[in-house]
Design a protein around this ligand. Structure first.
Ligand SMILES: [Zn+2]
Length: 77
């Protein structure tokens, strides 16, 4: 599902399974674990499939229940 040319450089986007990846959505973040994402071998830009973004949206909206929730530290600077 990856393996295409990067939008930002001449690199190639390769699939990598990462232990965890934080996805930003309208009202916060969803963390997916053991997730296959695409990473450019040139600039390191990260790519996600529509399927992953759909999953993030499902969890964010409450239509799909997360396996667990974690507290995220927040600080002002
Ligand atoms: Zn790139």
């Amino acid at each position: 599902m990856y393996g295409y040319k990067c939008e930002y450089c001449d690199g190639t986007v390769n699939e990598r399974i990462v232990a965890r990846e934080a996805f930003k959505h309208k009202t916060g973040f969803v963390i997916l674990e053991e997730v296959p994402i695409g990473i450019c071998n040139g600039c390191g830009n990260r790519y996600y499939t529509a399927e992953l973004l759909h999953k993030v949206e499902e969890v964010a909206s409450g239509r799909s229940l997360p396996d667990r929730s974690e507290l995220v530290p927040v600080a002002h600077v």
